[in-house]
Design a protein around this ligand. Structure first.
Ligand SMILES: NC(=O)c1ccc[n+]([C@@H]2O[C@H](COP(=O)([O-])OP(=O)(O)OC[C@H]3O[C@@H](n4cnc5c(N)ncnc54)[C@H](O)[C@@H]3O)[C@@H](O)[C@H]2O)c1
Ligand SMILES: [Zn+2]
Ligand SMILES: [Zn+2]
Length: 362
């Protein structure tokens, strides 16, 4: 099958032939229909996460089941599925206490000593990202990386649910509890931020302030529910948020992943408010903030990983939101591209020119 391979950090992807194994016990082979392009793949490509090349990236997929391994009972050939990075074991402390998205099993592939799921045509191991690797025509996943979805959901839109929507919407619906009428700020209007913004609208937030450096995104942000938009490249963005929210917001979602915007998000948070860190700052970088500001104003700083999801429960619900007209997905797709166009798509992502791009397979 054809796949986009990260051969080295900072280098363009190579479109290569990659061999995929047959499903072992508990695994499912999926024909990829579509894969969204999430900024976290760019962070990996830029060396910001410990994922060594060569590796097939991509972690926001939807597709159709082609074959199942021994013991798989939840899926059969022809099922429509969405993939998620947070596969879970069902037995560890995190799974049993109801936070399966923190399960350490998501970082583990096949058992030690097994054949790799992906190899080069001459038999060398090829890395698989997040048990998915969706920049490829097929995926071989643990069954607990997948959820079955309704057949009438278009698969290019379903792909967005795989990471960006689950992360942004879940940060609002699962990680914190937002009372109706509360003030919410979304810092960064990419796929993740626009999903958080829609979450704020769905829970009935009062002020919903969208912040970005790309002014053209504000029409889309308003269409999706923003009441105010602030151009971070022109204004004193912290002062502008304080003004718009009457002294700082009750909830601020940082959806970019830069030390400077993390610092701004904490400063935008009002007395007693909560800053939610959704963006992924490269692991090599630190952010500064004033602990006294946090203590004296009793601000909370909360991390939100993959929308604190229980994705087999959340994702079908989000798809129903789409059919109910509450979650807008069509508007979030800036372009549909082929796998061969992935490097151009990453350039556009770097330049902040897009909401969400989706690779669509034949
Ligand atoms: N927490 C998680 O589990 C999780 C999951 C998925 C993605 N992420 C992270 O979320 C972040 C957002 O992902 P995405 O795919 O939406 O990214 P994206 O690149 O599509 O969106 C980022 C947005 O921030 C804007 N921006 C950049 N610099 C800015 C600045 N200084 N001030 C204001 N706006 C600025 C860009 O114009 C863009 O609209 C990334 O860091 C990604 O790695 C986290
Ligand atoms: Zn992602
Ligand atoms: Zn577990």
């Amino acid at each position: 099958m054809k796949a986009a391979v990260m051969r080295a950090y900072h280098a363009p992807f190579e479109i290569e032939e990659v061999r995929i194994d047959a499903p072992a016990s508990g695994e499912v082979l999926v024909r990829t229909a579509a894969s969204g392009i999430c900024h976290s793949d760019l962070t990996v490509l830029e060396g910001g996460l410990p994922v060594p090349p060569p590796c097939v990236l991509g972690h926001e997929p939807a597709g159709v089941v082609e074959a199942v391994g021994e013991g798989v009972t939840q899926f059969s050939e022809g099922d429509h599925v969405v993939g998620c990075t947070t596969s879970w074991c069902g037995e560890c402390r995190f799974c049993t206490e109801g936070r399966p998205y923190l399960c350490p099993s998501q970082y583990v592939g096949r058992p030690e000593g097994s054949a790799p799921r992906l190899t080069t045509p001459d038999g060398k191991p090829m890395g698989q990202f997040a048990n998915l690797s969706s920049y490829a025509e097929q995926m071989l996943c643990p069954e607990r990386s997948l959820v079955k979805i309704r057949d009438d959901m278009p698969l290019d839109l379903a792909a967005l649910i795989g990471c960006g929507v689950t992360t942004g919407l879940g940060a609002v619906l699962n990680t914190v509890s937002i009372p109706a009428g509360a003030s919410v700020v979304i810092v960064g209007c990419g796929g993740v931020g626009l999903s958080a913004l829609q979450g704020a609208r769905i829970v009935g937030a009062g002020k919903i302030v969208a912040v970005d450096t790309q002014k053209w995104k504000f029409d889309l942000a308003r269409e999706l529910g923003a009441t105010d938009c602030i151009d971070a490249s022109a204004d004193d963005v912290v002062a502008a948020v304080h003004e718009a929210t009457g002294g700082g917001a009750e909830f601020v979602f940082e959806c970019i992943g830069l030390p400077a915007t993390v610092q701004q998000a904490i400063a935008m948070t009002g007395r007693g408010g909560t800053a939610i860190l959704v963006g992924l700052v490269p692991m090599t970088q630190l952010a500064e903030f004033s602990p006294a500001d946090v203590t004296l104003q009793e601000k909370k700083i909360v991390g939100s990983y993959m929308g604190s999801n229980r994705f087999r429960f959340d994702m079908p619900k989000y798809i129903d939101f789409y059919f109910d007209g509450r979650l807008h997905l069509d508007e979030m797709i800036s372009s549909r591209i082929s796998l061969d166009q992935v490097n151009d798509a990453f350039d556009r992502l770097r330049r902040g020119e897009v909401a969400r791009q989706v690779i669509v397979f034949d």
